[in-house]
Design a protein around this ligand. Structure first.
Ligand code: BGC
Length: 723
């Protein structure tokens, strides 16, 4: 990354232009080239072309980091692109830089300029070198992309021709915050052809791609000069089958294309959308399916997890969880990809991290995001609600379960991948968070408000998004849990832990004192019981589990929100209530994991009743149909149904604990995780009352198989058991 440090930041002369600004430089190379490397970054997002050819396949580069502290630089080998006479053009747009702040109804923070920094370093065969660097000799012009914004979409005017280009302005901005590319690059993945053209009851022309996804549509269009066609995006149709966009809130999510009479094939370069359907307005050509293709865009991640079983609805659920992850792992883990948020909500990432790390290899992805978390952490140790933290107000951080991402995400990276470097990188950050919780508690009890509680729990009081579990009960529970995980990591790193060793029990005993009596929760909620069990806070697990089981039986279904949902099945099945856990897992009526599938879901919903049984929407305000959080249940599908578990003493599946928990309603399960050491697989099938288990252990690894009361040690290869 050394060459880029000798260049100048440059910017556009016209402030207030929110489209694609093109920076251009012509240069000559009149000797034989040995190598040429382009190093580039931008405040905004960029796409580079040399001699008309697109450089690399990184979409929305340089990605999203804690811009105040860290900005990634990409490096491309461009040797093949360079000729004698060359021209480099780099288009820069707003991307995440102008992220609208919540509550400001999508106004842009216009004072934040976009800027470009680039350098082509050329080495010639005769040993000489040449640097083409950004400076005031570059020319700048506006492009046909008149407007581009990740929430509102694009305005592209094919008839526009720029007036004379003007020299770029050099900006004396620091380069101290530059870092080499750290995360996975964002790339185009599947191409999905249009499934159906629909004319809705209200006469709209809608195209269905059959899958809720994140990315954009590539379309062919001609029309006459001046025709203005519009594409709108939506995740669902409403009860009557009409196009529905209320849940996008302030995000317009549209593409306006002004025709010039020539045929164009267009796709957005600097924006993205979350959608399954598009609506065409003023379409100037005959609408044909072959002219529309949806392109799926997300961070490059290797698929590692597979899950299948005898229940097709569960298989569909798992597929939806995979799509939820693809849709929300676009450089950072986001809550949702469609409405005016698309933010790195820490709580969402924390509850989903285990599932995420089984489904795909996300080590590098989380490593980068956790560095951003540490960079944006407040000086006193509080962790902002979203990372990168782009809230200009309201965020004082420190919400239980959200801020705990600082501890839980590194721990999971260690469990799944054995990433010692991540826990070591994050050590100071987590220590600060633990210290802050300690300082802001009384005898282990947390008593400050400002939490999101059991967000979207069904036992919420009228008019509230927060489930009824006491916020400080949750906060005290997480204080104990996070400090226990912190201690384990500190020990792994060989740190002196004396100052911290009593914290988990300090908080746990405060929890029991304040919220429990004889092993039962004083104010009984499913979430409170699940936390007491899963975080080992209760001194009478049998009684607490009994209470949880009673609560589930009483209501007949889940009542949990973001906090309780990831743990409730584990809490039940690990306490012997396997059948109740399966009852919840297999329930098809509202509310349940499978209910959305009966309503045609192809991704995970934010709310249990995003679409209510009568077909109406539960709300306009908080109703994403692509929110991965409740997809965290896949870690129970892997951990309990297939019984694949990591041993914290021997992480990364070097030693595996196989402990499948069967149920008569499921006749077979086949799941695998492609671990750092190779494939870990668990299969079982029940026939004529007998279950046959097959466990695969990678070379060099070992496993403990636990079947009922029996426990057997096995080595690498595939072993079979019957019972
Ligand atoms: C987001 C959530 C997030 C929450 C915090 C919402 O607007 O979409 O997923 O965790 O706010 O309460």
């Amino acid at each position: 990354m050394k060459n880029i440090l000798n260049t100048q930041w440059i910017k556009n002369r016209y402030s207030g232009f929110c489209g694609g600004t093109v920076y251009k430089k012509d240069f000559v190379c009149d000797k034989n080239i040995k190598s040429a490397v382009l190093e580039v970054t931008a405040l905004g997002v960029y796409e580079a072309h040399i001699n008309g050819e697109r450089v690399g396949d990184f979409v929305l580069a340089p990605g999203w980091t804690a811009y105040e502290h860290r900005l990634q630089v990409q490096s491309y080998d461009v040797t093949e692109y360079i000729k004698e006479n060359n021209s480099i053009e780099i288009t820069v747009g707003q991307g995440w830089r102008f992220r609208s702040t919540k509550g400001e109804s999508n106004e842009y923070l216009g004072h934040r300029d976009m800027a470009l920094l680039a350098c082509i370093h050329i080495e010639y065969e005769d040993g000489s070198e040449q640097d083409v660097i950004t400076d005031s000799s570059w020319l700048v012009r506006e492009s046909k992309l008149r407007y581009s914004n990740i929430y509102n979409g694009d305005i592209y005017d094919a008839t526009f021709s720029a007036s004379e280009a003007l020299p770029a302005i050099e900006v004396p901005m620091s380069k101290d915050f530059l870092i080499p590319q750290e995360g996975e690059k964002v790339v185009e993945n599947e191409r999905i052809t249009a499934k159906e053209i629909i004319t809705t009851p209200s006469g709209e022309t809608v195209i269905d791609f059959g899958q809720n996804l994140t990315g954009y549509v590539e379309f062919a269009i001609q029309g006459k000069a001046g025709d203005e066609a519009v594409i709108y995006h939506a995740e669902v149709l409403d009860r009557d089958g009409n196009f529905y966009t209320d849940n996008y809130r302030g995000a317009k999510a549209e593409i306006r294309f002004i025709c010039d009479g020539e045929r164009h094939v267009y796709k957005p370069a600097l924006s993205f959308f979350g959608f399954r359907y598009i609506k065409l307005e003023n379409w100037p050509d005959e609408v044909k399916k072959e002219n529309f293709t949806a392109i799926v865009v997300h961070s490059e991640m290797r698929r590692t997890g597979q899950f299948k079983c005898s229940d097709d609805m569960l298989n569909k659920l798992y597929e939806n969880i995979i799509w939820g992850q693809k849709g929300n792992f676009l450089d950072i883990p986001t809550d949702c990809p469609q409405r005016d948020e698309r933010l790195g909500w820490t709580g969402d990432a924390q509850v989903f991290v285990r599932t995420a790390s089984y489904n795909f290899d996300v080590e590098r992805f989380f490593k980068k995001w956790l560095h951003d978390l540490a960079a944006d952490q407040f000086d006193d140790g509080r962790v902002p609600h979203i990372i990168p933290n782009s809230f200009s107000y309201f965020d004082d951080g420190a919400s239980a379960a959200w801020a705990d991402a600082a501890v839980i995400c590194p721990w999971q990276m260690y469990l799944t991948y054995g990433s010692r470097d991540i826990i070591s990188d994050q050590y100071e950050s987590m220590k600060q968070w633990i210290d802050w919780m300690h300082e802001h508690s009384k005898d282990g009890l947390r008593d400050r408000d400002g939490h999101f509680g059991d967000w979207l729990g069904l036992d919420a009081h009228e008019g509230s998004y927060k489930g009824s579990t006491d916020e400080n009960l949750i906060a005290t529970a997480y204080f104990s849990y996070s400090s226990a995980l912190f201690l384990k990591m500190a020990e792994i790193l060989g740190k002196d832990t004396r100052e911290y060793s009593y914290l988990p029990e300090l908080a746990a005993s405060a929890f029991r004192r304040e919220y429990m009596e004889d092993g039962r929760l004083k104010v009984p909620t499913q979430t409170a019981c699940a936390l007491a069990l899963y975080f080992n806070l209760t001194d009478n697990p049998q009684e607490t589990a009994k209470q949880l089981n009673e609560l589930v039986k009483e209501s007949g279904h889940l009542m949990t929100g973001f906090v309780g949902t990831p743990y409730i099945l584990h809490a039940l099945s690990e306490s012997g209530y396997v059948e109740t856990a399966y009852d919840l897992m297999l329930r098809r009526e509202y509310p349940s994991w499978l209910y959305p599938i009966t309503k045609g879901a192809t991704t995970m919903w934010e709310h249990w009743d995003g679409i209510k049984p009568d077909g109406s929407m539960w709300s306009e305000d908080m109703n994403s149909f692509n929110h991965y959080a409740y997809g965290a249940v896949a870690d129970w599908m892997f951990g309990a149904m297939a019984g694949i578990n990591v041993d914290a003493e021997n992480p990364a599946f070097r030693h595996i604990i196989f402990r499948p928990l069967t149920d008569s309603r499921i006749t077979w399960v086949d799941a695998s995780i492609d671990s750092r050491f190779g494939e870990v697989r668990s299969k079982w099938v029940t026939e004529n009352g007998e279950t046959t288990y097959e466990f695969t252990v990678p070379d060099g690894c070992t496993a403990t198989v636990i079947l009922g009361e029996k426990s057997v040690e096995i080595g690498s290869g595939t072993s079979t058991f019957r019972q």
